[in-house]
Write a protein that binds this ligand. Structure first.
Ligand code: 5AD
Ligand code: SF4
Length: 440
């Protein structure tokens, strides 16, 4: 195999993978490789994978097969394939055996990608799944060009060990990046065009350095000229400190949106999940957040069909959904992950058909709340940050402070903040009419 000249990075799963994928692309570009949007034409394809549910894992193997078949059909040599992300971390050597890929690199080791790719080009399949805490960030090239919204990983890993979840195994223990390097990276992102930064972490609100917590970082980011919006995700209910809650009241750039997964509305299921919070303690946190920021939009994650979940316990989840009135949510069917405690509870597995039905009922309830939340915005106006062009000429799509997608006609540019009257709502987006273009 020769040294690759073009590359394509495909990221699956969470926003942290999107961030990692961007950093890997920057790393390849710094080596003189050229990016291509067409995975089928690239010399090197990096599959930045997700291991959170079984389906996500299987996708990787089918994508590898597809890439090779496609190359064969076009009379091209199969691309060099690098598997990165959480499947790489969890399965390691097994991927080289099963799929004969060229490189396997874990989420904490991808700064070594250039060396691994060079080794592979000289004939040795190479693997690096070491987990040195945070070493990669110091070894990555500087940020250059980004869109109006950018991700910034501030924290990685998880010490919570929910019984269904692979993250503590694939991403390792909770580690926070240093304050100064984060402020430097945030400034570089703003210089490179970002107007909104979303702070990322598997438990982003567990970020700390000495006495400082996430709210101190947010307050410092608030002072960066040119940065208009700050968001953060994903949070754990037990790490919602009063300082962070107060930041929702005090920091203007901090958007009124909180993604706070609860997973289940049943006290017993929460215990079996080892969530280390109760239904009540979760609801009390939300009360405090709402007291600080009454217009906050709430979001969450849910799992249905956790081993042993009864009909009555599932009803508890539906009642919680109605009580909170989420603006948007993600919901999943429980998927047993190898090596996790819940995967051992085979005797209590919920039949697929039952879990499917619960998921449908939950999603119907969540959609109803999402539509109600969007409907309630109609008739008001808000600032919309334009993120991308729509399908029709002159159409733009941006986000409201509450993370709703807003479609509008405007001659303003991507990255502009526009004041918009919201005129109609659907479950997934709103239509708006631009008022005046503000200075960017
Ligand atoms: N099965 C189904 N959903 C899961 N999640 C995490 N692990 C599993 C699993 N084994 C969901 C949780 C988490 C989100 C990122 O993915 O809801 O918050
Ligand atoms: Fe997984 Fe629980 Fe950690 Fe979230 S808090 S990453 S669900 S173990």
């Amino acid at each position: 195999m020769t040294d690759p000249k073009t590359y394509h990075v495909k990221s699956y799963g969470c926003q942290m993978n999107v961030y990692d994928g961007e950093r890997m692309a920057e790393l390849m570009a710094a080596q003189g490789l050229t990016a291509t949007d067409d995975a089928g034409a690239a010399d090197l394809v990096v599959l930045n994978t997700c291991h959170i549910r079984e389906k996500a894992t299987e996708k990787v193997y089918s994508e590898i097969g597809r890439l090779r078949k496609n190359a064969g059909e076009h009379g091209r040599r199969a691309p060099m394939i690098a598997v990165a992300g959480c499947v790489a971390q969890a399965e390691g050597e097994e991927i080289i055996r099963r799929a004969k890929v060229d490189v396997v690199v874990g989420p904490q080791a991808y700064h070594n990608l250039p060396r691994l790719v060079a080794d592979a080009a000289h004939g040795t399949a190479s693997l690096d799944t070491d987990m040195p805490a945070i070493a990669k960030f110091g070894a990555l090239p500087a940020r250059r060009r980004v869109g109006p919204t950018a991700f910034l990983t501030v924290q990685e890993g998880c010490d919570k060990f929910c019984t269904y979840c692979v993250v503590p195994y694939t991403r390792g223990a909770e580690v926070s990046r240093g304050f100064d390097s984060l402020i430097d990276e945030a400034k570089a992102l703003v210089d490179a065009g970002a107007r909104e930064i979303t702070l990322l972490g598997q438990n982003v609100n567990a970020w700390s350095q000495g006495e400082r917590g996430l709210h101190d970082l947010i307050v410092a980011l608030d002072r960066i000229p040119g940065l208009a919006r700050i968001r953060y995700t994903t949070s754990h209910p037990n790490d919602m400190t009063q300082g962070l809650i107060d930041a929702h009241r005090d920091v203007e750039k901090l958007m009124p949106f909180l993604h706070l997964p609860v997973q289940s509305g049943s006290e017993r299921v929460l215990k079996a999940m080892n969530r280390s919070h109760t239904r009540d303690s979760y609801l009390r946190v939300l009360d405090r957040v709402r007291a600080a920021r009454p217009d906050i939009a709430l979001s969450g994650d849910f799992i249905v069909g956790f081993p042993g979940e009864t009909d009555a316990e599932f009803e508890d989840t539906l009642r919680l959904v109605d009580e909170v009135g989420y603006a948007q949510c993600f919901s999943f069917k429980y998927s047993p992950r190898p090596g996790t405690p819940a995967a051992e509870m085979e005797d209590a597995f919920v039949p697929d058909a039952v879990a499917d039905e619960r998921l449908q009922r939950l999603q119907a309830a969540l959609n109803r709340h999402q539509l109600a939340f969007n409907d309630a915005s109609v008739g008001s106006s808000c600032a919309v940050l334009l993120e991308r062009a729509g399908r029709h000429p002159g159409q733009m799509i941006g986000k409201s402070p509450w993370l709703q997608s807003v479609h509008l006609e405007t001659d303003a540019a991507i990255g502009d903040m526009v004041e918009v009257d919201l005129v109609s709502a659907g479950p997934n987006s709103l239509a708006g009419v631009a008022r005046v273009k503000q200075a960017a």
